[in-house]
Design a protein around this ligand. Structure first.
Ligand SMILES: Cc1cc2nc3c(=O)[nH]c(=O)nc-3n(C[C@H](O)[C@H](O)[C@H](O)COP(=O)(O)O)c2cc1C
Length: 252
C-alpha cells in the first residue's frame, strides 16, 4: 500500500456498502494497522483506541455486511468526537486511495465482548473491504452536496473550501459552516432541529472533524502551512447567528 497524496481522492471517493466478503490478506491488514498508528490527531491530549475487527464482531442493525471494520474508542474530553472524525477521515481517504472500499457506520455497534475490550468509550465504526461496486464516482457532478455559498462566507480560498464541501457526513446532512479569509478559516457546526439533535446530534461533531480534515489536507496540498487554533472572540460572535464554534485553521 502506498502513502499516496490523498487530496485527489476527496473528489472521487464514495461510501461503499457492497463488499466482497473475502477477508483482505494478512499483509494488507498489517499495513492498514500500521497506518492507523500513524494518524494525526486534531487534539493530541485525547487518548484514542482504534481496533480492526471482523464481521462477526459487529451487530449490524440492518446494514449490509463488510469483511472488516475499524472500531473507534476514545477518552471523553472536550473535542473528542471531532477528533475521531478528523482521524478516521484520514483512514477513509487512505483506504479509498489504495483501492479499498469504506463506509462510515454510525448505526451498527460492536458486540459486548469488543466493547468491553477497550478502556475508552465506543464512538463509531468504519466498514472496509474489497468493493463489490465501483469504488469511485466518475465525476464530481455525482456528489450530492450543498453549494459553496450555503456552507461558507470565507473570502477567497475557493479551492480549499471546495475540499470541505465534498466531505461525507452522517445522513449527508453537511452540518458545517465556515467563515474567515485565506489566512484564517473558522469552522462551525449548525445547530440542529430538536428532532435531528436527538436522533443524530452525536454525529455532528464527528462530521465537522471530517470536513476540517479535508480543509487541512487541501490547504497543505496548495503549499500552505497549517495550524489548528481556538479563537475565543470568534466563539462569541457567531454563536449568536445559530452556529457552534469548533476550531480555526491558520494558513501561512
Ligand atoms: C458519522 C457518519 C455516520 C454514518 N453512518 C452511516 C450508517 O450508519 N450507514 C450508512 O449506510 N452510511 C452511513 N454514513 C455514510 C453517509 O450516509 C454518507 O457519507 C453520505 O450520504 C455522503 O455520501 P458519500 O459518502 O457516498 O459521499 C455515515 C457517514 C458519517 C460521516
Amino acid at each position: 500500500m502506498e502513502k499516496i497524496e490523498l487530496y485527489e481522492t476527496i473528489f472521487k471517493r464514495k461510501s461503499i456498502r457492497n463488499y466482497d466478503l473475502t477477508p483482505l490478506n494478512q499483509n494488507t491488514l498489517n499495513e492498514i494497522s500500521s497506518h492507523i498508528q500513524s494518524l494525526t490527531p486534531l487534539y493530541d491530549d485525547i487518548e484514542v483506541d482504534l481496533k480492526i475487527i471482523s464481521t462477526e464482531d459487529v451487530k449490524r442493525r440492518f446494514m449490509k455486511k463488510a469483511p472488516h471494520y475499524i472500531a473507534a474508542f476514545s477518552e471523553e474530553k472536550e473535542g473528542y468526537l471531532t477528533n475521531i472524525g478528523f482521524m478516521l477521515q484520514q483512514m477513509d481517504l487512505f483506504l479509498s486511495a489504495n483501492g479499498i472500499g469504506t463506509c462510515w457506520q454510525g448505526i451498527p455497534k460492536p458486540t459486548n465482548e469488543i466493547l468491553e475490550s477497550s478502556r475508552q468509550e465506543f464512538i463509531i465504526l468504519i466498514a472496509f473491504g474489497r468493493p463489490a461496486e465501483p469504488l469511485y464516482r466518475s465525476s464530481t457532478l455525482e456528489f450530492k452536496r450543498k453549494s459553496l455559498q450555503e456552507i461558507s462566507d470565507v473570502e477567497g480560498a475557493e479551492e480549499i473550501m471546495e475540499a470541505a464541501r465534498f466531505a461525507p457526513s452522517a445522513g449527508n446532512y453537511q452540518p458545517w459552516f465556515f467563515t474567515g479569509n485565506e489566512n484564517m478559516i473558522h469552522a462551525y457546526s449548525i445547530k440542529p432541529s430538536i428532532i435531528r439533535g436527538v436522533l443524530a446530534g452525536r454525529f455532528i461533531p464527528i462530521d465537522i472533524g471530517i470536513a476540517f480534515y479535508h480543509l487541512k489536507l487541501a490547504a497543505e496540498h496548495f503549499g500552505r502551512k497549517t495550524e489548528v487554533l481556538m479563537d475565543n472572540d470568534i466563539v462569541r460572535d457567531y454563536s449568536k447567528k445559530g452556529y457552534n464554534y469548533i476550531a480555526s485553521l491558520k494558513l501561512e
